[in-house]
Design a protein around this ligand. Structure first.
Ligand code: GMT
Length: 372
């Protein structure tokens, strides 16, 4: 098949998922055309069967806001026509679903039918999409898609609760390449982070408000009082300085490292003992699944779809949003001795296999085939 994939090229979960999907489809022999405004971060190196089309957004003094959506639709039309694409798969509704609708209409006038599949990822529905500034366009363009998928049961429910959706939403869960994340720790790297063999805790996100990174710092401060430990913060975003200031206040700054945005997550996860995800909402929590695939247990909130991946008392623990005390206790419970930690690590790694890429890609292929 010749498939167009539209996504955000950044470190966000939706872009990561879309890129990994495209790479896996290409490996299976499909021709995959990425249409984005930048090279997706996970699209590194040359891969046969993968094409990349950059959306150019010309500016003009009149534009306070350059019309990205218009440029995106036009690029979609161009790529679909010139590469005879069979379908367009857009990830994250805003503005990809409405841009795809426009492209579809333009092509229809020219006698070409292009099926559009929209995959909903989370904040396109729960945080941004339901805002009344966007809601009418989001509702319309989701309904105009030929197929709608959501990355978790929870997101499907949230979508049906917040929007009047006229079509069935298929849940195709997020996935992880288990093999890629089954890495041996690099001893030298581990020594740099935890020279005295301290436990290593990890948080990775875009540091937006919804992630509640201040809770991560509080949990770590509690754990560190009882268990010698270090905290790695991966990623960057608006709440980073809040986290840093709190770390200073709680006098744990020397035990924390902010390593910024990182591409080699598998090497970082390989040295970690515990992943913390304190979000107010996660439609799925791809970062937590990647941690589990690397054999890292997860202490998280029970928000959104996290309960669909984290198994209470097995792969980690879940607590109510903001219940820092409980999450601290649970983290200590996991880390308190090697035997316990080993059991949680094994459960995490084995549960992640359920979401292995090889189990999920055929579901997307089956969906695509319906439209050919
Ligand atoms: O978490 C973010 O803010 C990034 C966002 C995105 O779209 O890039 O992530 C969402 O999609 C991921 C991939 O499907 C999910 O794993 C995340 O849970 C979801 N984030 C939220 O729902 C907050």
């Amino acid at each position: 098949m010749k498939i167009g994939i539209v996504c955000y090229p950044t470190f966000g979960g939706s872009g990561v998922l879309a890129t990994e999907l495209g790479k896996a489809l290409a490996q299976k022999g499909h021709m995959v055309h990425f249409i984005t405004y930048q090279q997706p971060v996970r699209l590194n190196g040359f891969l046969p069967n993968i094409y990349y089309h950059e959306v150019q957004v010309p500016t003009y003094p009149l534009f306070d806001y350059p019309p990205y959506e218009t440029a995106l639709s036009s690029t979609m039309v161009d790529v679909i026509k010139n590469n005879q694409l069979d379908l367009l798969h857009v990830h994250y509704a805003i503005p990809h679903a409405s841009a795809a609708y426009m492209a579809k209409q333009i092509l229809k006038k020219e006698g070409k039918e292009i099926p559009v599949i929209t995959t909903l990822h989370g904040t396109d529905i729960t945080l941004v999409g339901k805002d009344k500034t966007y809601a009418p366009v989001v509702t319309f363009s989701i309904n105009e898609s030929d197929a709608i998928t959501a990355v978790s049961e929870n997101l499907k429910e949230e979508t049906n609760k917040n929007f009047k959706i006229e079509k069935p939403i298929e849940v195709i869960s997020n996935f992880v390449d288990v093999k890629r994340f089954s890495r041996k720790p690099i001893d030298a790297f581990k020594k740099v982070i935890a020279p005295k063999g301290e436990r290593i805790l990890l948080h990775a996100s875009n540091f937006r408000k919804v992630k509640r990174v201040q809770d991560v710092v509080k949990i770590f401060a509690g754990v560190n009082k009882q268990i010698p430990s270090k905290l790695l913060f991966v990623g960057d975003g608006p709440e980073r300085s809040t986290a840093e200031n709190l770390a200073r206040e709680l006098e744990v700054c020397d035990e924390i490292r902010f390593v910024g945005k990182q591409e080699q997550m598998e090497d970082i996860l390989a040295i970690a003992d515990l992943f913390l995800l304190t979000s107010e909402y996660e439609s799925f929590g791809l970062a937590a699944l990647e941690a589990m695939a690397a054999g890292v247990p997860v202490v998280s909130t029970n928000a959104g779809g996290l309960g669909e991946i984290n198994v209470q008392g097995k792969t980690g623990y879940m607590s109510d949003v903001g219940d820092v005390e409980d999450m601290t206790e649970k983290a200590i419970e996991i880390l308190k001795n090697d035997k316990n930690l080993k059991a949680f690590k094994e459960h995490a790694a084995s549960h992640a296999k359920k979401f292995d890429i090889h189990n999920i890609i055929p579901l997307y292929e089956k969906l695509y085939k319906k439209f050919l």
